[in-house]
Design a protein around this ligand. Structure first.
Ligand SMILES: NC(=[NH2+])NCCC[C@H](N)C(=O)O
Ligand SMILES: [Mn+2]
Length: 305
């Protein structure tokens, strides 16, 4: 079984509310790693990547963090390990996937999110970098961010799929359409069921790729079940459905790793969102023989120390 390298990404400069930067340290202190090990996941906390103390602005902070993060994920994959990047605002995706994409052949990406995060600096309504990482990974945006892990796009558009989208601006959707990236809106998830949509997504990211990854923005999940996010949008994916489907990927050799972003510990209700992060990780990494433990109990026991 591959060991799982946990990488904290203390990124906060990508969002207006910077408090996601406390996310990784909070999860660590809440005992996430011992919990994972108890559930049969060979996880260890590799490092926490932080922005440098001295930086000119949000962009240079995100740039520096992304460069370090890309080396960390690249190293983990090159060593044959799985990884879980724990954010941090979603601008961490620039570093995470720029690093992974440097190892092996073409990479697929399932992007599970309420938002598209596919703005250019010129189209963004907020100017916030956590609204732009997907565009960067597709090779568009500020050159200081698109150059991380090597110039140019890190994914081909046909290898990227978005799921759960229900809040976006027309410009970012137009961009995705022009590139030919598949978007499964929340409407379609409701109409056809997450299971079918997820199957379609897996087919795309497995087709003519050497491997694939999953980026989960916690705001994809319904805010009743994942309240600790800065930009909640009602009507999200029920967590139980997502957990059941992620289970399918467990043990698949081509699955490279996961990123879970936008956890703001100051907004959690009890341990609801922290526990959910534990459940998501267990669904991806707990070997099947441990699977007898009901997920709702896992969620409760995690992090209650
Ligand atoms: N990762 C996120 N939570 N992104 C929210 C982005 C919201 C909006 N589309 C913006 O660019 O400002
Ligand atoms: Mn996002």
């Amino acid at each position: 079984m591959k060991s799982v390298s946990i990488i904290g990404a203390a990124s906060g400069w990508g969002a207006k509310d910077r408090r996601c930067e406390a996310g990784p340290e909070s999860l660590r202190q809440q005992g996430l790693v011992p919990h994972l090990r108890q559930q049969g996941v060979p996880a260890s906390w590799e490092l926490t990547v932080r922005p440098p103390a001295n930086h000119e602005n949000a962009l240079t902070a995100v740039q520096a963090l992304s460069m370090t993060l890309s080396q960390a994920t690249g190293n983990a994959v090159a060593k044959g390990e799985s990884f879980a990047v724990l954010g941090g605002d979603h601008s961490c995706a620039i570093g995470t996937w720029s690093g992974v994409s440097q190892v092996g052949g073409p990479l697929g990406l399932i992007w599970i999110d309420a938002h598209m995060d596919c703005h250019l600096p010129e189209t963004s309504p907020s100017g916030a970098l956590h609204g732009m990482p997907l565009a960067c990974l597709l090779g568009l945006g500020d050159p200081r961010l698109t150059a991380i892990g090597g110039q140019g796009p890190k994914f081909l558009p046909e290898h990227v799929v978005l799921i759960g989208i229900r809040s976006f601006e027309p410009e970012e959707y137009l961009l995705l359409q022009q590139l030919g990236v598949k978007v499964f809106f929340m409407d379609e998830v409701r109409r056809r069921g997450l299971k079918k949509v997820f199957q379609d997504a897996l087919e795309r990211v497995r087709n003519r790729t050497a491997g694939f990854g999953v980026s989960i923005d916690l705001d994809a999940i319904d805010p009743h079940e994942a309240p600790a996010v800065g930009t909640p949008v009602l009507g999200g994916i029920p967590k139980g459905e997502l957990i059941a489907l992620l289970r399918q990927i467990q043990g698949e050799p081509r699955f490279r790793g996961v990123e879970i972003a936008e956890y703001n510990p100051f907004l959690d209700k009890g341990y609801l969102t922290a526990g959910l992060i534990g459940e998501l990780l267990c669904s991806l990494f707990t070997p099947q023989r441990f699977a007898h433990e009901p997920y709702h109990r896992i969620g409760k026991s995690v992090l209650s120390a």
